[in-house]
Design a protein around this ligand. Sequence first.
Ligand code: NAP
Length: 317
Amino acid sequence: MKAVVLRDITNSDDIVLEEIIRPKARKGWVLVKIAGLGLNHSELVLRVNEIRADYIKKPIVPGIECVGTVEESLDYDFRRGDVVCSLMGGLGRNFNGSYEEYALLPVNRLFHVNSALDMEHLAAVPETFFTAWGSLFESLDLKSSDVLLVRGATCALGYASMQIAKALGCQVYGTTHKNAKMPLITDLGCKAVLDTEYSLPEGFYANKILELIGPKTLRDSLSHLYHGGIVCHTGILGGEYYLNSFDPIKEIPNGCYLTGFFSNFPTQEIMDAIFTFIDNHNLIPFIGASFPFSCIKQAVKAQERGIDGKIVVMMDN
Ligand SMILES: NC(=O)c1ccc[n+]([C@@H]2O[C@H](COP(=O)([O-])OP(=O)(O)OC[C@H]3O[C@@H](n4cnc5c(N)ncnc54)[C@H](OP(=O)(O)O)[C@@H]3O)[C@@H](O)[C@H]2O)c1
């Protein structure tokens, strides 16, 4: 079968499809015929940097999410033809991920999909909507009465978060560092805030802030919370990963909260809730570009250039 295999730091020009042996199902591991996969910022980080870390299995097929159908299973809960998705939990880091035609996936990382969406739109859901959902509900405890700010809103995760929060009935603001991108936020019914200097406008306050730029703007976000408000640190788009000399006593305002979200622990119950919410609110995941698997190099290059919306890659047959 065809797969992208990474052995070390790899330039996007050097992405190729190579032939590898198709694995077989075994107890606790199900063989999935991949139908589509979404690209993620963290796969770019893996390819250009993280791959050298000791905890990454090498060689590795990257890709932290996919949708597809069960091809072979020794497990009673998964039958040939079942529509499934998988995400995180070591996928594309500790064991081979989704940039391949068939993936051998552990049953505890495999979830049944019950959705009205077609496969292409389903491919845009698992990691992006799970992270948005967890950040908004588990970490930010989002309620319809909330004023939510999505900081760094013009990324796949930002669009999904704004779609969910709008559907819930929240007042939603999104920031962008590019004037030309403001319509992408307002088109979703949200208010756009220009954030070129990484400093929110004086007098602007929200009670829930989803921080996707990361340590670069976290201090500023904390200072724009209403009393009782929460910042959830989920993204690192700003390219800074750590907050040096952070003084929690002085920098987390009294009566405000700082939390985070790590998308490593999806469950069937949460995935069911997400697919039901998407169907009930007629949400259409925002796909920025779709590529056939034979053109995965072009997909990865488009990711480097930056695409508005989720990039999906669909298998050729
Ligand atoms: N905590 C978790 O478990 C978790 C899970 C998933 C994703 N994430 C993180 O969430 C973030 C979004 O992920 P994604 O996969 O949705 O990303 P993505 O769709 O690949 O989005 C990347 C785009 O973000 C845009 N962006 C917006 N504001 C930016 C800024 N201030 N600086 C740089 N770029 C900015 C860039 O476009 P423009 O510059 O043209 O606007 C860039 O093309 C990433 O940092 C990712 O690592 C975290």
